[in-house]
Design a binder for this molecule. Structure first.
Ligand code: NAI
Length: 217
């Protein structure tokens, strides 16, 4: 059975990868140097990497080019992902305008909204399509990732439309591989197994910060 990789490890891999991309002027990096750049211990870095096989040479370190290449492949950021965004309001517009998405390989190619005052208009060079057309549009695209920036009471309905568009039944499984949803709506959405959902909530993060303000370490 394949070893389950802890989510915390995956999060750290992104941080290692970013640090490596920023240290391109040297050829080799040791786990101690990577530790200084990322704030994680060298032992933690070595442990995280061993989940994926043998990297680097003992006593010499890692070849930056090779490790970056391998980490990008592991994280699936060695390719471009087409992304659909549903809900072109304040949050949706800010996300589409964010250049960092494209530079990290996430290209928003489809925008959907239900507001007739928005559909047919353009945002960041993309036409906002009517949510009613999402099934045919997604079916004819390479979109495997959707971002939900709709109000909480519309999130499940939009999710169901997406699942239908992807040909995913209530029992899960899709003819064309895994799918993912990044959900900004402050509600839990129900999806079958095989669909990855990541809920983003800035308020949660602020709550964590406020905790550290009242409980200084
Ligand atoms: P907004 O009201 O400006 O935009 C929502 C958009 O969704 C509108 O354009 C609306 O026409 C569209 N919409 C509504 N029902 C729809 C449907 N069934 N299908 C397609 N489009 C639909 O709201 P805003 O400020 O952009 O927030 C969007 C969501 O993000 C909300 O759920 C909000 O609570 C959440 N949010 C989350 C944050 C976070 O940290 N995760 C931070 C800020 C907002």
């Amino acid at each position: 059975m394949p070893v389950a990789i802890p989510r915390a490890t995956i999060k750290r891999l992104f941080i290692y990868c970013r640090a490596l991309l920023e240290s391109r002027e040297t050829e080799v990096i040791s786990s101690e140097e990577l530790s200084q750049l990322t704030g994680f211990t060298a032992a933690q870095i070595r442990k995280d990497l061993t989940y994926f096989g043998q990297f680097g040479t003992p006593g010499r370190g890692y070849t930056i080019k090779d490790l970056t290449h391998q980490l990008k492949a592991i994280l699936g950021i060695d390719r471009e992902w087409e992304v659909a965004l549903v809900g072109v309001g304040n949050m949706g517009r800010a996300l589409v305008a964010y250049e960092g998405l494209k530079t990290q390989g996430f290209k928003v190619t489809q925008l959907f909204d239900s507001d007739i005052n928005k559909t047919g208009m353009f945002c960041a060079g993309l036409k906002i399509k009517d949510i009613k057309t999402i099934k045919e549009e997604i079916q004819n695209s390479a979109v495997k990732i959707a971002v939900l920036a709709v109000p909480a009471n519309a999130a499940q309905e939009v999710t169901n439309l997406l699942l239908e568009a992807w040909g995913i039944s209530a029992e899960g499984g899709s003819a064309s591989g895994g799918k993912a949803i990044l959900n900004f709506a402050p509600t839990r959405i129900v999806v079958p197994a095989g669909v990855n959902v990541l809920n983003i909530d800035i308020t949660n993060e602020l709550t964590r910060l406020s905790y550290y303000l009242v409980q200084p370490t």
